[in-house]
Write a protein that binds this ligand. Structure first.
Ligand SMILES: CC(C)(COP(=O)(O)OP(=O)(O)OC[C@H]1O[C@@H](n2cnc3c(N)ncnc32)[C@H](O)[C@@H]1OP(=O)(O)O)[C@@H](O)C(=O)NCCC(=O)NCCS
Length: 144
């Protein structure tokens, strides 16, 4: 996951330790896609502690050689199964990611709302773009 994030050209690279902690403690809300024994995609998320029906998707990346083949769409569908709401943090200029979540919502007939998650001025390090929040739901689950 760390290697894919590093090579994605679009994601903030967290420490390798952060990806290992997610793999250990949030494995149920994370997925990797494997092709020929190599990890070619991942989605990293968690259920929000104060709102457990909501899955927050922190990062998603697919190896450039595998893009456009619904790898991200399938990872997202699998990890979001059972969640009533899905949230994701996306910068406005990230067309592929915006489309990924728009399609996920449209396929389920679920509303998609946009808001600001963190403003540029919230980040202590310079040059970080505003993070938009996409919130999708309510989604149909087995209980609803
Ligand atoms: C975003 C990303 C994960 C999508 O992965 P993917 O496996 O190619 O996605 P899918 O095949 O499921 O397609 C998702 C949508 O993105 C579109 N898309 C894929 N590549 C695209 C590109 N280069 N430009 C514009 N749209 C693109 C697809 O057409 C599809 O939209 P559609 O259903 O309206 O046709 C991948 O492009 C990536 O790793 N980007 C770099 C990391 C990143 O930006 N992550 C998201 C920030 S959290």
């Amino acid at each position: 996951m760390w290697r894919l994030a590093r090579d994605s050209g679009a994601l903030d690279l967290n420490t390798s330790y952060a990806y290992l902690l997610f793999a250990r403690d949030f494995a149920r809300t994370c997925r990797v896609a494997v092709a020929d024994g190599a990890v070619v995609g991942f989605v990293l998320g968690y259920r929000r502690p104060d709102e457990p029906e909501t899955l927050f998707v922190w990062q998603v990346a697919v190896d450039p050689s595998q893009r456009g083949r619904q790898v991200a769409g399938r990872l997202l569908a699998d990890v979001a199964a059972g969640a009533r709401f899905v949230e994701a943090s996306i910068t406005a200029d990230n067309t592929a990611s915006q489309r990924l979540f728009a399609r996920f919502a449209a396929e389920r007939g679920a509303p998609l709302e946009r808001a600001e998650l963190f403003a540029e001025s919230d980040f202590p390090d310079a040059g970080h773009a505003t993070e938009g929040l996409v919130r999708i739901g309510p989604l149909e689950t087995a209980d609803h």
